[in-house]
Design a protein around this ligand. Structure first.
Ligand code: PEP
Length: 236
């Protein structure tokens, strides 16, 4: 059974998020789709949505505290208000655009693990590393597990090559299977692929050996496309 996750990044408003989530919930219900679906809205759009058990709302980011003086950040007190118990950690935009270090990511991971959150943990290499070959790619990706307890029961991994995120360039099936099989041999956890996944390629990618679903940005923001993505993968 596939896990299909949507990362809204900095898109949608409170109003459009609520309508998106309600529409996806009704779609899952009326089509009796049992895939696990996770939506990560913006922080301002989090709310107490009433959804089916297989539709989960998660936080794109939060600080490793319950509450305190951390201007611009969220803690668990704010997430608890909406019963949010799922978080995305290690996304490439937080690593490379917002400058989160592996050390900070590991602290965040440890904190949310201690609170029992479901963690979708992202790893992936930049283009120059990919161009240096598979061994270098795996070396780079394994370093992103420094300080991360990979035995955590509530862990979902997402392999997202940085060069494929938001670029329209999807990794080839061969790229995906070689990295996924290596990671899976080391860490037997659900492993999603992310990077320019869309309606037209999601089924083929999710059907690959070692791929347990997809984490999708751009192509998930349109509710009709996201429904089609769920439909295309519901039997995998
Ligand atoms: C992402 O941000 O996790 C992602 C995979 O983005 P996109 O689908 O736009 O490449």
């Amino acid at each position: 059974m596939s896990i299909i996750a949507s990362n809204f990044k900095t898109n949608h408003t409170r109003k459009s998020t609520a309508s998106f989530i309600n529409e996806i919930n009704s779609f899952l219900k009326s089509n009796e789709i049992t895939s696990e679906v996770i939506v990560f809205p913006t922080a301002t759009s989090l709310d107490s949505f009433s959804t089916l058990p297989n539709l989960t709302i998660g936080a794109q980011n939060a600080y490793p505290v319950e509450k305190g003086s951390f201007t611009g950040e969220l803690g668990t007190v704010q997430l608890d208000e909406f019963s949010i118990k799922t978080i995305l950690i290690g996304h490439s935009e937080r690593r490379h655009v917002l400058g989160e270090s592996q050390d900070e990511i590991a602290k965040k991971y440890d904190f949310y693990k201690s609170k029992g959150y479901k963690i979708v943990y992202c790893i992936g290499e930049p283009l120059e590393v990919k161009e240096a070959g598979l061994d270098k790619t795996l070396e780079y990706v394994y370093e992103q597990f420094d300080g991360i307890d990979v035995n955590y029961e509530n862990l979902i991994l997402a392999y997202e090559p940085v060069w494929a995120i938001g670029t329209g360039v999807t990794a080839t099936n061969e790229d995906i299977t070689s990295v996924h099989s290596a990671i899976k041999a080391k860490i037997p956890k659900p492993l999603l692929y992310g990077g320019s996944v869309k309606v037209g390629n999601v089924k083929e990618i999710c059907a690959l050996e070692g791929v347990d679903g997809a984490l999708i940005g751009t192509a998930s923001w349109d509710v009709e496309d996201f429904k089609q993505i769920i439909e295309n993968t519901k039997d995998l």
